[in-house]
Design a protein around this ligand. Sequence first.
Ligand SMILES: C[S@@+](CC[C@H](N)C(=O)[O-])C[C@H]1O[C@@H](n2cnc3c(N)ncnc32)[C@H](O)[C@@H]1O
Length: 344
Amino acid sequence: MRPEETALEQRFHDALARDRTRAPEWMTRWDYQEGLKKRKRTYEDGVVSDFFQFGGAEDLLKWMSWFRTDYPDYINDARIAALVQASRANDERVVHSMGLQLDAAVYDKRVGLNNAHDHLLPQAYPVPERAGIRTVLDFGAGYGRQANLWTGQDADLCYIGMDAIVNSYCLQHLYYKGLGVPCADYIDTPDAFQLDPRKAGIQHLPTWRSDLIPSASVDLVMCVQVLPELNSRLVRHMIGEFKRVLKPGGAFYIRDHAYTWKPTDNFDVEAHLTANGFDLEYRAHVINDVEIHGIPRIWRKSLPDVIASRKRTWKQRVDQAVVDVDTLTGGGFKRTLRKLKGKA
Ligand SMILES: C[S@@+](CC[C@H](N)C(=O)[O-])C[C@H]1O[C@@H](n2cnc3c(N)ncnc32)[C@H](O)[C@@H]1O
C-alpha cells in the first residue's frame, strides 16, 4: 500500500479507538462477513476476500468485481441508459485518477445498472413538494458507489455516506475524494467535525457517530443489500436513528432480497418498521433476480397528518348515518328534517 493509504487506514483505527465508548462491538460488526471468515470461506480471486483490512485503491476494482453477473433490468428505458452512461463517465475518471482501469466489458450491466436503479427508483414517481430530496444518507455504502449519480446529477445535493468496516470506509474515502465534489470526512478531524445537512457535496461518518446528524434533517435514507447482513441489535438501533434523522414523511429506500436470504438471524425488519412509525409506500411487484436484483421498497417515516387523514372523523360518521337512515326511509328522513327546520 502507498504511505497515504496506510495513514488513512490508521486514521480509521485511531478514530475508532478514540470513540470506543460510543462504538460497542455489535455496532461495528458485519455479521455476514464475520460468519464467512469463521467458516474460512473466501471469494474467488479478484474480489475482496477480507473486508476487515484495507488493501489500498486496488480494492476498488475488487469491490466492483463483487457484482459478478449481468443484472436484470425490467425498466430498461432511456432514463436508465443515460444514468448508466453518466455513471461510467464518472467512474472512468475516478479510476484513471488512481492509475487503474475499469473493466469496460462488464461495467454497464453490473456497476452501472446498480447505480442507475438506486438513483432512479427512489424518485421514479411523483410525490408532494415537501418530499423532495435534498439530503440523503447512504448506510452501509460499499465502496461509495451511490455518491456517483446522486452527487453527479445534482450539484446542490447533500450526500452522507456511513459505514463501520475498515475496508469499505477507506475505499469510500478514496472514492468520494476521487469524485471531485466537496468532501469532508469525520476521521480526518474527529475533534472538530460538524455535520451540516444542507451543505452540498459529501460528508462521511462512521456508524458510531450517527449522533452528529441533526434530528429531522434527512429526506432519504438508503440501505441497499445491507440490513439482512447485520445483527438485529444493530438493525434495531439504526432504524431508531433513521427515524430520528428523517424528516416527517421522509423516505427510507431498501433494496435487498427481502429476507428470502437472511444469513444472520431471523429478525423481521418489516414488522419492526411497521411497529415503529414507518409506513410502506411502494413495494415493486417483481420477481427477485429475474426482473431486478433485489426487491425495491420505499417506506416513509409516518407524517402524522397523513395518518390522521386516513381515519373517518365523527362528522363523516354522523353524515353517513343520516344518509343511511334517509335511504331506508325513502328520503322521508331528510324531508322531515327540512320541515322541522322550516317550522323553527
Ligand atoms: C453487501 S455490502 C452493500 C454495499 C452497498 N450498499 C452497495 O449496494 O453497493 C454491505 C455494506 O454494509 C457495510 N456494513 C457492514 N457492517 C456495517 C456496520 N456495522 N455499520 C455500517 N455499515 C456496515 C459494509 O461495509 C458494506 O459497505
